[in-house]
Design a protein. Structure first.
Length: 68
C-alpha cells in the first residue's frame, strides 16, 4: 500500500498529522487511517494531498511511471 509514501511526504516536510489536516481540510483521523493502510484512499483525498505537496498522484503513491 502507499500509506508509507504519504507518511514520508508529511515527515519530510516536518509536519504533524494535525498540521497536514488543517492545511488540506482532511480530518486528522483520516490522515492517520491513510498512513496506516486501514483502507482504500479515495481519489479526492489523493488529489488534496498531491495538490498540497505540489506533486502528481503517481509521485504521492510511490508509483514509477515508465518513460514513453
Amino acid at each position: 500500500m502507499f500509506g508509507n509514501e504519504i507518511k514520508q511526504a508529511r515527515l519530510m516536510r516536518g509536519l504533524t498529522q494535525t498540521e497536514l489536516a488543517k492545511a488540506t481540510g482532511l480530518p486528522q483521523n483520516t490522515i492517520s487511517w491513510i498512513e496506516n493502510n486501514k483502507g482504500i484512499v479515495n481519489i479526492q483525498q489523493c488529489v488534496l494531498l498531491a495538490d498540497y505537496y505540489g506533486i502528481s498522484i503517481d509521485e504521492l503513491i510511490g508509483r514509477d511511471v515508465p518513460n514513453k
